[in-house]
Design a protein around this ligand. Structure first.
Ligand SMILES: C[S@@+](CC[C@H](N)C(=O)[O-])C[C@H]1O[C@@H](n2cnc3c(N)ncnc32)[C@H](O)[C@@H]1O
Length: 296
């Protein structure tokens, strides 16, 4: 389809460029605009592409666009083609070694940001981000909360490489440090105990038994460690709940994302368990609990 306009391509592709399974921002129009910009040599997330004027493409550019559209239709995630994803208004680098940041995680990010900003002394705005992935939560805290300092961990070396890339790209290297390690292991020393007003985590919470039933676009392209939460999806979560109190400062909060359908039961169990006298669920726009705030 040489030199077809954006509108002509959109009409021809129709619903084939349907939104990705869990990325509502990827409409046919935003997807095609992002691929158009990429073909022109300007990588942009779907969200940024909607705000960016499209340049003209020459014949080579249209041929590149044809190839990119074919890759997208074959199931390659848009963010793996563009290498970009917007999260909390920031443009993150994306690579296959780390989970693509999801818009749904902004529920957790917004609550965490409000809480950290309310810590009166800027130099006390310390945060741990467990399972940092691309570093989206860690970088957001540092970039959008004045004075915030974040220590981040991930068990995946590939993910920490992406996180460090984002820490550098988004200019927060002086306030975010990224470590490879299991949950809290990289900071489990006396100097870190009882010191953090905020412990943040978006853990893997899909039951191992369900990982193979996830859409191929997700399970076939993003790292299993980002989803697979073990038996009942609770493996990492259980250890997070057990260990986080050791690091929380008085009045501090553990904030974490949960899977759709997981929140109500967890809230009941936590309320009955006693470790966290304060537990609150955060609901998304459909009324589903997708994040939990806990204090002890
Ligand atoms: C759902 S992803 C979240 C990534 C990122 N924080 C986000 O919000 O997009 C979960 C992350 O936890 C990491 N992870 C899984 N098990 C872990 C463990 N035992 N210790 C540290 N990180 C772990 C995975 O590698 C993955 O990067």
């Amino acid at each position: 389809m040489p030199r077809a306009s954006l509108d002509e391509r959109l009409a021809a592709l129709g619903a084939q460029l349907a939104p990705a399974p869990d990325k509502p921002e990827e409409t046919p129009a935003s997807t095609l605009r992002a691929l158009w910009l990429l073909a022109a040599g300007t990588p942009a997330s779907a969200a940024l592409a909607l705000e960016t004027e499209l340049p003209d493409l020459d014949d080579d550019g249209h041929a590149r666009l044809d190839g990119l559209v074919a890759s997208r239709l074959a199931g390659t995630p848009l963010a793996h083609l563009t290498g970009r994803q917007r999260f909390m208004g920031l443009e993150f680098a994306v690579e296959p070694g780390a989970l693509i940041p999801r818009a749904e995680t902004e529920l957790l990010a917004n609550a965490a940001l409000s809480f950290l900003k309310a810590v009166p002394a800027a130099d006390a705005r310390r945060c741990l981000d467990i399972g940092t992935g691309s570093g989206n939560l860690a970088v957001t805290m540092a970039a959008l909360c004045p004075g915030a300092r974040v220590l981040a961990s991930d068990v995946s070396e590939d993910a920490t490489r992406v996180a460090r890339l984002n820490v550098e790209r988004l200019g927060v290297a002086d306030r975010v440090s990224v470590f490879v390690g299991d949950l809290f292991a990289p900071f489990d020393t006396a100097e870190h105990h009882g010191r953090y007003p905020l412990v943040l985590c978006n853990p893997p919470y899909v039951s191992s038994a369900n990982v193979s039933q996830m859409p191929a676009e997700i399970s076939g392209h993003e790292p299993a460690a980002a989803f697979d939460g073990g038996f009942g999806g609770m493996g990492v979560l259980r250890r997070l709940l057990r260990d986080a109190p050791r690091f929380l400062a008085p009045g501090g909060r553990l904030m974490f994302e949960v899977g759709a359908g997981q929140g109500e039961g967890l809230l009941r169990n936590m309320a009955a368990g006693g470790t966290y006298p304060l537990v609150e669920g955060l609901k998304d726009e459909r009324g589903v609990v997708r994040a939990i705030i806990a204090g002890c």
